[in-house]
Structures are given as structure tokens and as C-alpha cells.
Write a protein that binds this ligand. Structure first.
Ligand code: F6R
Length: 251
């Protein structure tokens, strides 16, 4: 189904359950790597990708899929958290994916949230993506406020990797991943919306009723910086895969 007025109208798949969404996205990732063992993947963290990576690990084992030559770039990382912090996205990726497939950790990059010079880290991240030939397939989740990566509402559509302030709602939504008593950092390093739109193909996954307003705004609202994910309608190859609950407010 294709929705939306102006823009290019992403392809929309509405599936029955979170498990089906996870399997569909995992299959896309597996097919990309099977077709191109040197694929460059853009990866996301959070609750939505957890079952996706679980399904991908199973598919990789079943199909004897090798990630040895794959390169990956994660969307974001908290400023101030090192890779050993249990709530860091670098830690999340090892625990939920990298430790269970044969990817070369030297080829799997997550922004360094404890770099002495964060501006230089952001510039080097952009350079590394370009030197890898650009991202072939970018996986995205979506915030309840419509953010992609940590590009909160108000982010420019041509923004690049940079330090951003996290919205209070985002810090709250992610607080459950932090040890009790520890507060969520106020800033993150994130790929920009412009960086994301440079990917050749983008798959956004959304599950749960709390994502329904954001999915409706993304696909059927105006294309505006107030809903960062609406920028995806400016890209020619986007698939949005959601469960019924996340699709419930679409017209
Ligand atoms: C994660 C990221 C975020 C999440 C979004 C949804 O790397 O960049 O945009 O995709 O916050 O998170 P979950 O899936 O936890 O609801």
C-alpha cells in the first residue's frame, strides 16, 4: 500500500504481530548480506530491533550466512557512555547481535560517545561511511515523537552526524535500559537526517500502539521537521514495516 500526498510515498507493510515484523526485517537484512557479502549496513538499537536481531541470528545460523566481510555503522550512541557501559549502544550491539554472528568487530562501527573531540568523531564517522561506499541498507526504528536516529523534532533534513540534545520524552522512554538510579545522558552522537537519507535503501520498523501517532504523522501528515521521520518521504526506496497496533491511526 502507498500513502501520503506529496513526496515519494514509502512502501508500507502491515503485519499481524511484532514477531512477523521482526522476521520480515531480518529476512531483508539476510537477503542483502546473501546477495552482497560486502554489504554496508546501517543499524539501530532499542526495543524494536531486539527481536529483529534475534531472528537474524537464527537465519544466519540456518543459512550459514557469513557477516565476515560486512561493514556496519550504528545510528547513534550516548555522549559520555563508553562501550563497556551496560546501557551503551555499543554494548547493546555486542549483546544482541555482534557476539552471535561472525562479524569482524573492527568493521562494525558505533559512534564513540567518549571521544575527547566529539566534533572530530562525528566528522570521522561521516568520512568512514563515505569511504565504505555509503550505506546500502539502513534499518531504523522510530521514536514516539517521530525521531529517527536521535534526530529529535526540529532537526534539519540535511543534518549530518553531530552531537544533539535528547528530548525529555526520549530520555524517559530509554530510562528502563539504565541501571537503577542512573540517569539517561542528556546528549547523544547521532547520524543526521541527511546521513540517513544518503542510504540507498531504508527499512523502518515500528511495533506497538505507542508508535501509532508517529507512524500516522510520518506517512499521512505534512513533510515537516516537526516529524523527523516524514523526511523519509523524500527518499525513493523506503519500506515501513509495522504491526497492526502501530498502523492503527493511519487513514
Ligand atoms: C536507536 C535509535 C532510535 C530508536 C527509537 C525507537 O538506535 O536511533 O531512533 O530507533 O528511539 O526505539 P525503540 O525501538 O526502543 O522504541
Amino acid at each position: 500500500m502507498r500513502l501520503g500526498g506529496m513526496g515519494m510515498a514509502p512502501e508500507l507493510m502491515v503485519l499481524d504481530s511484532e514477531a512477523e515484523v521482526a522476521m520480515a526485517v531480518a529476512r531483508r537484512l539476510a537477503a542483502t548480506v546473501a546477495q552482497m557479502p560486502t554489504a554496508v549496513l546501517g543499524l539501530a538499537t532499542g526495543g524494536t530491533p531486539m527481536p529483529i536481531y534475534k531472528a537474524l541470528i537464527a537465519l544466519a545460523a540456518e543459512k550459514r550466512l557469513s557477516f565476515r566481510m560486512v561493514r556496519s555503522f550504528n545510528l547513534d550512541e550516548y555522549v559520555g557512555l563508553s562501550a563497556s557501559h551496560p546501557a551503551s549502544f555499543a554494548h547493546f550491539m555486542r549483546e544482541n547481535l555482534f557476539d552471535h554472528i561472525d562479524i569482524d568487530l573492527a568493521r562494525a562501527r558505533v559512534p564513540n560517545g567518549v571521544a575527547a573531540d566529539l566534533g572530530a568523531e562525528a566528522a570521522s564517522y561521516e568520512r568512514a561511511i563515505a569511504e565504505a561506499g555509503g550505506i546500502g541498507l539502513q534499518i531504523l526504528g522510530i521514536g514516539a515523537n517521530g525521531h529517527i536516529g536521535f534526530n529529535e523534532p526540529g532537526s534539519a533534513f540535511n543534518s549530518r552526524t553531530r552531537v544533539v540534545d535528547l528530548a525529555e520524552a526520549t530520555r524517559q522512554a530509554n530510562s528502563s535500559y539504565f541501571p537503577a538510579g542512573e540517569s539517561v545522558p542528556g546528549q547523544a552522537l547521532t547520524m543526521g537526517i541527511g546521513t540517513i537519507l544518503n542510504a540507498r535503501e531504508i527499512v523502518l520498523a515500528a511495533t506497538g500502539a505507542h508508535k501509532a501517532p508517529a507512524i500516522a504523522a510520518t506517512l499521512a501528515g505534512p513533510i515537516t521537521i516537526d516529524c523527523p521521520a516524514s523526511a523519509l518521504r523524500l527518499h525513493a526506496r523506503v519500506t515501513i514495516i509495522c504491526d497492526r497496533a502501530a498502523a492503527a491511526q493511519l487513514p
